[in-house]
Design a protein around this ligand. Structure first.
Ligand code: MN
Ligand code: MN
Length: 311
């Protein structure tokens, strides 16, 4: 891609993700970045609607070469920034339909959709679109919460706390290859974790992940999933709020920035067909700590895709 002369410095020009071209033309695209500025399914602190813009802004700091993996995803992948989904703030169902339609359109000619949230409810329509192409997907889910409640606010079936129960019910997830990693913190009771496991998720608490060591956890994840079509969903609250304060439902005692980068990097070899990074809420961020980490984590996901495509 020919760079605009105004793109020379991080503080110049219009901030698409990583200065990729802003276009809806998916011909030949390997990855389409899609912003989903929706936080209407948040249970407590909203603000993730401002996530995509903050992540794009922070992404201007990305240099482009991943030394740990030895890839330059911006060079070897054709990555487009497709802008934002047409969300409908007061209507979650209409928003989900719009996200799914957008993701289906972007992926129709082979591009993987990498979404910037938005709250975690956006994963449901994104998974619907991914499975329409690939069938039930393996899922790597980084989070401090299982998000497998049956309902929230009494009887509400669709929130950012119920998304993976709905996805399992709809048959979107290959539960023999579903890992939840980083789960921790107080819950309403013991049923939260038991329910997730009963639904088929391999729930790896943060304590278990650290006790086992991250390389061993990653070895199991990559061995079990193999070459299955895989979706990666990264709730930024998997990271400790000391490293990622800009999120709606923080849980202390999480992964460090370094550990989170290692975890995503460790997915190298997986066949990633779609991904999202959610729950970045800039109103609670400080000094762009969370947004910069989020941009780098997206870069790691792109690097894993680039590595797979090269091999
Ligand atoms: Mn969470
Ligand atoms: Mn979540």
């Amino acid at each position: 891609m020919a760079e605009s002369p105004f793109a020379a410095q991080p503080y110049q020009g219009i901030p698409t993700f990583g200065r990729r071209p802003f276009t809806r033309d998916t011909q030949g695209a390997d990855v389409a970045i899609l912003g989903v500025p929706y936080d209407g399914a948040t249970s407590h602190r909203s603000g993730a609607r401002f996530g995509p813009r903050a992540i794009r802004e922070a992404s201007l700091l990305l240099w482009g070469y991943n030394n740990a993996l030895g890839v330059a995803p911006f060079d070897t992948l054709r990555i487009i920034d497709a802008g934002d989904a047409d969300i409908v703030p007061p209507d979650q169902q209409a928003t989900q339909k719009a996200i799914e339609a957008e993701a289906r359109q972007l992926s129709a000619s082979g591009a993987r959709v990498l979404a910037l949230g938005g709250d975690h409810s956006i994963s449901l329509p994104l998974l619907r679109a991914a499975t329409a192409l690939h069938g039930p997907v393996a899922l790597v889910h980084f989070d401090s919460h299982p998000d497998t409640w049956d309902a929230e606010f009494g009887t509400q079936k669709y929130s950012h706390g119920t998304v993976f129960r709905r996805a399992i019910e709809e048959g979107l997830i290959d539960t023999s290859a579903y890992f939840q990693i980083g789960i921790r913190g107080p819950t309403a009771g013991p049923a939260d974790y038991a329910d997730a496991r009963q639904l088929g998720a391999t729930l790896v608490t943060l304590d278990a992940a650290l006790a086992r060591t991250l390389p061993l956890v990653l070895a199991e994840v990559t061995a079990v999933i193999g070459n299955k079509p895989t979706y990666v969903t990264l709730d930024i609250d998997a990271v400790d709020p000391a490293f990622a304060p800009g999120t709606g439902t923080p849980e202390p005692g999480g992964f460090t920035s370094h550990q989170m980068l290692q975890l995503v990097r460790g997915l190298a070899g997986l066949n990633i067909v779609g991904a999202d990074l959610v729950e970045v809420a800039p109103p609670y961020d400080h000094g762009q700590i969370t947004a910069i980490l989020a941009a780098n984590l997206v870069f790691e996901i792109l690097s894993v895709v680039a590595l797979k495509q090269a091999n």
